[in-house]
Design a protein around this ligand. Sequence first.
Ligand SMILES: [Cu+2]
Length: 294
Amino acid sequence: MTGASALAATMMFAGHALAEDLMGQPTPGAIDLQPAASELKHHAIQFHNVILMPIITAITLLVLGLLIWIIVRYNKKANPVPAKFSHNTTIEVIWTVVPVLILMVIAIFSFRLLFHYNDMPKPALTVKATGYQWYWGYEYPDQKISEIISLPLTKEQADAKKVPYLLAADNAMVVPVNQVVRVQVTGADVIHAFALPAFGLKTDAIPGRLNETWFKAERTGVFYGQCSELCGVDHANMPIEIKVVTQAEFDAWVKAKTAPPAPAAAPADAAATPASAPAAPASAPAAAPPPPAA
Ligand SMILES: [Cu+2]
């Protein structure tokens, strides 16, 4: 990035911050990160805006200034007799030590953010997200909800529902607001990545391995992400949709998912009956047996 484009980007960035961003999805024509709806994303945005952007801008302007200075002051016309010396110990020490110090500053804040990602508060809910070629499956082991298959909507379906194509799914991951949600991420065939910008999530889904990430949604609504590891021909067609609802709505959703098909005098706590787990949608492949709750 040249100095000029960095400056332009910084100015656009500053100007854009005033405009209204769409929550949970990309804003057409926008520059800048998606607005945060979870704690981790707030920290990531702060790291980007307060630490990285000023450093990048300052370095770019410094290098641009040096280039202009040399072009103007030391071209053949302005400086016909060049100096013969080589090496300058002072400047060599400076251009070694200063970058090291800059990297150390970045590292300190970078590790702080990394630790934050790893320092998950006690989760209220665990969802296991499995990446398949090419769709996602969401399982709620503690609620005894077997895998829900989440398929992308076709262009026609998305347009009819007025939701973003390639971001909207038929079945969303449903979670309660203001609760720590642990997402266990794995892959069933190849490596995928579970990523959702508004929550600052990006975790690889690796076959044979259970990765973990978390978020705590600050508001209700629908949030979109995408598989972020090139996983094959339909990589672009495996959206991630997370629907954040109130606790009451979530409880009702769990009840609906776990209720027996024929309500034969089912008491209110029928949700706890393990045998009542419903089958996945007809189009879904057979769900794996639920793993032991972690
Ligand atoms: Cu994928």
